[in-house]
Design a protein around this ligand. Structure first.
Ligand code: SF4
Length: 400
């Protein structure tokens, strides 16, 4: 049984992508020559770029880059296990995914779950509350980090307007009440703004419920770094960066541990002293203490979309972007699935440069194991994002 539900958008953004002066181009040798790209991609990479540009042109023509705000309700089988969250073999093993939805209405065009294509039906699990109760009972006695939600935005129209996001928090409140010695906790990573935090269900807001979880909850805001004119295009239904930081401050005022930001994705060609300082100043003003930067990774087909969008605003930035990803020696530089990371040497320098500014602004900056390994960065240069077993004392003094 499945049922389509009606959703009301939280915000309407003017999407300027449909007002561009020329229609999308096919990416071929000619196109790369025109952009004066200095690297020579393999034939396979060129074919992938071409395929991606065809799909992009088709979606642009049909005005379907942003899919309709929609969602179908279905049940999840109670036998389905909670998935371990591991993008790479270097990720910690004790992180379990809380994903009440397949698909995401935020519709980021770089999305690492869908590779930017949000046309498939979005499915929200009607019985997720019951499912979660069942799973938490099974996990009783074992300590975990429950990650809400690595494969969708936890606080979006579908999860909020059905009350499912509220119910997930309520289940965790009940779980920790029944298991006062549990060392597990809930980790929330979100692009939410104030509107999402204050969304009510049965008289309770998300903020009220997160507040009840107290030291059992870590709230991280997800902050992307790109030219400002790209936000409404690449993240059409997300709150603005200012709104996300405002939400973070509101959380802190409600005694929620909200002092970390995952800076993702960073469009590598957008990094300059000014853009870094500007962002770090905003983070400081929002009382962020700790950051974890993650550079844009994407499939070659998805690169054709992002590159084409950037070409409309800044040709030289598009040239640099392609060069960082499509060189033959970079093609094996993928993090997970077939999402390619930017040139290793460039990224190494960029991370060390970010660390220099992070130190200046007194922000604790960490990176994950995979990045450390790939880029040969020592612990002295940039420390690791701490693994679950060593999350005993948080930098802001949250003891668990
Ligand atoms: S919010 Fe996250 S899951 Fe949703 S579309 Fe954006 S990147 Fe994908």
């Amino acid at each position: 049984m499945s049922e389509q539900i009606k959703l009301n958008p939280f915000r309407i953004r003017e999407n300027k992508i449909f007002n561009y002066r020329d229609t999308p181009r096919v990416i071929d040798t000619e196109y790369l020559k025109e952009l004066k790209i200095d690297v020579k991609p393999t034939m396979e990479t060129l074919q992938e770029l071409q395929k991606g540009s065809f799909v992009f042109a088709e979606k642009y023509k049909n005005i379907s880059l942003v899919s309709k705000l929609s969602c179908i309700m279905k049940d999840i089988s109670l036998d389905e296990p909670l998935k371990n969250h591991r993008y790479t073999c270097k990720c910690p093993i004790d992180v379990l995914e809380i994903n009440p939805m397949i698909g995401c209405n935020v519709n980021c065009l770089y999305c690492l779950v869908s590779d930017g294509d949000h046309s498939a039906s979005k499915i929200l699990y009607n019985n997720y509350k019951k499912y979660l109760r069942h799973k938490l009972k099974d996990e009783n006695g074992i300590d975990h980090c429950y990650y809400f939600a690595p494969k969708t935005e936890p606080f979006q129209e579908a999860t909020l307007q059905t009350g499912i996001a509220h119910d997930i928090l309520r289940e965790f409140i009940a779980h920790f009440k029944n298991n006062p010695n549990s060392k597990s906790y809930l980790f929330v990573l979100t692009k939410a703004g104030k509107e999402e935090l204050y969304y009510k269900n049965n008289g309770e807001t998300i903020l009220d419920l997160m507040g009840e979880l107290s030291d059992k909850l870590i709230y991280d805001t997800s902050i992307s770094m790109m030219p400002p004119e790209l936000y409404p295009i690449l993240e059409p239904r997300a709150a603005t960066i200012e709104e996300r930081l405002e939400a973070t401050i509101i959380c802190q005022e409600h005694k929620i541990h909200a002092h970390e930001a995952v800076i993702q994705p960073i469009i590598p060609t957008y990094l300059s002293e000014d853009t870094i300082r500007n962002l770090f100043m905003k983070l400081k003003n929002a009382n962020i203490l700790k950051i974890k930067p993650e550079f844009l990774t994407l499939t070659i087909q998805n690169l054709a979309w992002i590159g084409e969008i950037i070409r409309h605003t800044d040709k030289s930035m598009a040239k640099e972007l392609y060069e960082l990803y499509i060189a033959p020696e970079n093609i094996n530089n993928f993090k997970h699935k077939f999402r390619i990371a930017p040139d290793r040497e460039f990224t190494r320098k960029a991370i060390l440069n970010l660390k220099k500014y992070a130190d200046e602004y007194e922000l604790i900056m960490t990176i994950c194991h995979w990045v450390r390994n790939e880029l040969n960065i020592s612990d002295k240069e940039v420390p690791l994002t701490v693994a679950i077993e060593s999350w005993d004392v948080k930098p802001w003094g949250c003891k668990r």
